[in-house]
Design a protein around this ligand. Structure first.
Ligand code: CA
Length: 434
């Protein structure tokens, strides 16, 4: 949704990181702001170079003014910014980029942990050694993890100011606050946050370039994150997610500590293996047990090393089913996930961080030889599961976390082994057979 998909040497291919900082934004791209289809502006889309103010927008600026002033934004700032805003009505265009095929998780992860990102990440680790030292001293967040997040969010800053793919955020937020009824409260709040940022003298609208949904800079902050989690780490008196990466990286470290409960000095998790007969039914990415509990049941680290702390709480996740790698996920995995609520996003960052640090690939290979269910087959599977009372959260043809949970619950209910929640040929056959 950053519209960065075609950019960045094909590395990003999102729809997730930057704009889906919050769970309720997930799916916005898929549904494409469809609720706006009836909005009068949707029929009068103009290119950005033909600024046209839609009917009613000026009146809305006047009506919204007391809200901004009530928030403490100066009248001068409000009038100056809002009177020159050109609403970016392209934000109402429905997203037609529904893929024809499903991207397997290994392709998602591989693309983001490729040679370019590993090599660039290592360079940035060297180049910013002093900055990483300061951030680790203050926040305790591992430099390799932060560096990997930087790589995924903006290709280490390449996209942070790319005006070709990014838009003036205030124009987008004004359009959304005015004309996107489903999330109006959210867009209004972010527009106000943007105005506060300008009022504080941290930025001007012309410099606030980002995704259509308002994510900006090295680590793709929404205005709320900029305002509340930002840190003036280079001491120039302003908090700036652009330019020197100091503020962006330090603020993101702060986010991971304060909102993600990051724990200094601990791993994000481990690739694990299981003794024969291990019950995969609890390996659902949700059930929490101590490492001691899991190891007593037959879980080991895939590399044969001991776990450093047996009391850590872990969840086990099999992103590609029983035939692929398995992971014991610890708190720091969820600290990354707090930045963007997607397991595969967090896994890509954690894995890239390991590779930047110098570790290799996963020990168990991905099951790349397995045939993937098509979009239509996945939808059929979702419909069958839903009809039997296992909630897949809709039938969108993509086997996300909710679908995998539903599938695993069904597998357990019929005693199918392995109950790994992975949508395979066999599973579909069994579902078709009733
Ligand atoms: Ca600063």
């Amino acid at each position: 949704m950053t519209r960065a998909t075609s950019l960045n040497r094909g590395l990003l291919a999102l729809p997730d990181p930057a704009t889906t900082r919050r769970a309720f934004l997930v799916g916005l791209g898929a549904t494409g702001l469809g609720a706006c289809a009836s909005n009068p502006v949707s029929g009068t889309l103009r290119a950005a170079e033909t600024p046209e103010i839609p009917d009613g927008f000026r009146e809305w600026i006047v009506a919204f003014r007391p809200r901004a002033l009530g928030r403490g934004i100066s009248a001068a700032t409000y009038d100056r910014v809002m009177n020159s805003v050109v609403p970016e009505t392209s934000v109402f265009k429905s997203d037609k980029s529904q893929p024809e095929t499903i991207e397997p998780i290994w392709r998602y992860v591989d693309r983001r942990t490729n040679e370019y990102n590993v090599a660039t990440g290592r360079k940035r680790i060297q180049e910013y050694a002093a900055l990483w030292d300061r951030i680790e001293a203050r926040y305790g967040v591992d430099r390799h993890l932060l560096c990997a997040l930087w790589g995924l969010e903006s290709s280490f800053g390449d996209l942070a100011v790319s005006t070709k793919y990014m838009k003036p955020v205030m124009n987008c937020l004004a359009a959304l606050a005015w004309g996107e009824p489903r999330r109006r409260t959210y867009w209004e709040a972010e527009l106000l946050n943007g105005l506060v940022i300008i009022d504080r003298g941290w930025a001007e609208p012309s410099g606030m370039i980002g995704s259509w949904a308002g994510a900006m800079g090295h680590t793709q902050w929404m205005p709320e994150v900029w305002l509340n989690m930002g840190v003036d780490f280079d001491g120039d008196g302003k908090i700036n997610p652009f330019g020197k990466p100091d503020d962006a990286l330090a603020g993101t470290a702060r986010y991971m500590v304060e909102r993600g409960k990051y724990r200094r000095g601990e791993a994000w998790g481990y690739e694990v293996s299981f003794d024969p007969g291990f019950d995969l039914g609890d390996a659902d990415g949700k059930t929490r047990h101590t490492i001691a509990h899991w190891t007593a049941r037959g879980m080991r680290r895939a590399d044969g090393q001991p776990f450093p702390r047996s009391g850590d709480i872990a969840r086990i996740w099999l992103p590609a089913g029983a035939k692929g790698p398995a992971f014991a996920l610890l708190q720091n995995f969820y600290a990354v996930r707090s930045y963007n609520p997607s397991n595969k996003y967090a896994l890509a960052i954690c894995h890239l961080s390991d590779k930047i640090r110098g570790n290799g690939t996963f020990i168990h290979p991905w099951p790349t030889q397995e045939r993937l269910l098509t979009l239509a087959e996945t939808q059929e599977m979702q419909e069958k599961l839903t009809a039997m009372g296992f909630d897949t959260g809709g039938a969108d043809g993509r086997a996300g976390e909710k679908t995998q949970s539903a599938l695993q619950a069904w597998q357990k209910s019929v005693g199918m082994q392995p109950a790994d929640g992975y949508p395979s040929d066999k599973v579909l056959e069994r579902l078709r057979g009733g």
